[in-house]
Design a binder for this molecule. Structure first.
Ligand SMILES: [Zn+2]
Length: 238
């Protein structure tokens, strides 16, 4: 497939020759263009046209890329069929109401919620409680694990409900985690835990601090980037 480079980004494209008078340009998926062109139009004219449309292509492509790595489908309101994230996986929410005990289960790609029939708890409240409980389990276990690896100890761990910070570590060794981190992939969760525990040795973000983080999390830059790019999605719901 031929390709064209527009400000450091390579786009593959296909040209369909048709009986038509004008060019039609479509971005059909990330980094991929589809062109419909008049039968006799020279290639040079077509590529010139693509270059002219660079700003438009870039803007559309950014939107598509965003949808790929993040969860465009991630509804801010929690309703049946909504897409939720848990440990980096997209799960489809399925709500049932019955006389059985309220419960949440993950079955394959589905997050199954059963609400109690007579007095159903608001779904947001129930789901948030579940996330916070999962966060406590996962983050306590991960902290224990990484404490051994970094040869540090912690005082107490708190799971916080906040929108702006992912975690913190005080000089006394009190660690706070934002429960929303359990929506992120495991690698990102591990990075956060390693980051906070590295503060048990270095309280700042000095070179030595980042060196220690890198020792235990070689791809920490990618994990930081993941949080930077997707963090706003994790704070958008509940
Ligand atoms: Zn820090």
């Amino acid at each position: 497939m031929p390709s064209i480079s527009l400000s450091n980004q390579t786009y593959n494209y296909t040209i369909e020759r048709q009986k038509r008078k004008t060019l039609q340009l479509k971005l059909i998926s990330t980094n991929r263009l589809q062109i419909k062109a008049p039968k006799s139009m020279p290639l040079k004219e077509i590529t010139n046209f693509i270059h002219q449309k660079e700003a438009w292509i870039k803007q559309k492509n950014a939107l598509l890329q965003h949808a790929d790595t993040t969860v465009e489908l991630f509804n801010s309101t929690v309703t049946d069929g909504a897409t939720l994230l848990f440990r980096g996986k997209k799960l489809t929410l399925t709500i049932t109401i019955s006389m059985k005990k309220p419960a949440i289960h993950i079955i394959a790609d589905t997050l199954l919620i059963n609400l109690y029939g007579n007095h159903p708890m608001p779904i947001d409240t129930f789901l948030k409680q579940w996330y916070i409980k999962q966060a406590a389990l996962i983050l306590e276990e991960r902290t224990k694990f990484w404490c051994k690896e970094l040869e540090v100890t912690v005082n107490r761990i708190m799971i916080k409900d906040q929108k702006t910070r992912w975690g913190s570590c005080s000089s006394l060794g009190n660690i706070n985690y934002n429960w929303r981190i359990v929506m992120a992939p495991d690698a990102t969760i591990n990075y956060l835990v390693i980051h906070e525990l590295a503060h048990r040795i270095f309280l700042d973000h000095s070179k030595n601090f980042w060196y220690l983080v890198e020792t235990h999390c070689p791809d920490y830059i990618a994990q930081r980037l993941w949080l930077k790019q997707n963090g706003h999605i994790l704070t958008r719901i509940l």
